[in-house]
Ligand binder design. Sequence first.
Ligand code: BV8
Length: 256
Amino acid sequence: MSTPASTSLPTLALTERSHVLVLTGAGISAESGVPTFRAIGGLWEGNRVEDVASPAGFVRDPLLVWRFYSERRAGLADVAPNAAHRALAALEARLGERFLLVTQNVDGLHVGAGSARVIELHGNLMQSRCTVCDRPPFEDRQVYRAGVAPMCGRCKAAGRDAVLRPHIVWFGEAIDGEHLARIERFVRAGGRDLVFVAIGTSGVVYPAAALVDAARSVGGRTWLVNAERSDNADRFDHVVLERAGAAVPALFAAAA
Ligand code: BV8
């Protein structure tokens, strides 16, 4: 039975016990001008996922992968958070530890909007890391187009060649276990007072797409805010088919 979609802009009734877990995807950044993945003209168009977002693709052609990510880094230069990002930062300021934001996005716009309780599940476009040494991921805004893959300076000083990679979780790579454990703790702490809201995601990629099931398993309420019905829409109690820039501020207006 598919969940009926709301037509007006609903507002969430939160209590002083409500724990709000939000999952965002590329759709929340669409109104900031960041291309989504699976729309016509999206990021995956013209790029085969296995070529640009997989470990095997990186080994096969690191320059192609660095071109793909460099283009996206360059594209972030003139984008800014939108009303949906700001509404989530404001909600965090009100709820504090009863709020947690999990994003699949790598664009950094939630942190840019002032969110701090953010888990960047799939990494961050403005960070790189070495493929060999244990140097922690570091900020790297450089756009590599010169046709040469960037190399690790620390490894060079130690006399070995090691190529840098974007600090991104590719398909077939594990999500940081600490991230998953933190989410699990929050879901359990929320229990029946948990409100789970997925915003701007096609519900195709796991384990993110299974968060709705985790929320339901503890008796939480589940909301989807998306421009169209997502792959997992039927698993939500409420579906709001609306763009995030309008629906998200309205949804959390009562928590003001
Ligand atoms: C893992 C990094 C295991 C790259 C990304 C079969 C079943 C279950 C799982 C699998 C399976 N086969 C394979 C898997 C595993 C795989 C997976 O889920 N594959 C899918 C395709 C089936 N998952 C993995 O590999 C994950 N790792 O499982 O590891 C493991 C365990 C132990 C040891 C080793 C391994 C890793 C997944 C992470 C992959 N990396 N990105 C990059 O970003 O460059 S995923 C990529 O897709 C992005 O991160 C993106 O965020 C994510 C999801 O896409 P969305 O954000 O949803 O974006 P999309 O364009 O699809 O949708 C946007 C939506 O917004 C649309 O619905 C649109 O209508 C809407 N919208 C548009 N505008 C607006 C809007 N909504 C509101 N307002 C608007 N204005």
